[in-house]
Write a protein of this length. Structure first.
Length: 89
């Protein structure tokens, strides 16, 4: 799991996009395409290289009910394993 003070950012060569065919947010990266649900898209939008996991969680809690820090950290860790984000700290 990723620490709450870690700072995630998109890796070089990775970008977010909207796929009209899938009617969904996606991540385009060298290994392929990852279709995002609403929550994952909201988390990834906040992976800006300046916000910590704790700050991302706080921002999400203002928009969504039931946001748990451990869920956000696990999602970021999964995105890091898939080489979508880089985590500093």
């Amino acid at each position: 799991m990723t620490a709450r003070d870690a700072v995630p950012r998109l890796r070089a060569g990775v970008r977010r996009a909207y796929d009209r065919t899938r009617d969904s947010d996606v991540v385009l990266f060298p290994e392929g395409v990852l279709v995002l649900n609403e929550t994952a898209a909201a988390v990834l939008a906040r992976c800006d290289g300046s916000s910590t996991i704790a700050e991302i969680t706080e921002g999400l809690a203002e928009e969504f009910d039931g946001v748990r820090p451990e869920d956000v950290a696990e999602l970021v860790a999964d995105l890091a394993r898939r080489r979508v984000v880089r985590v500093d700290g």
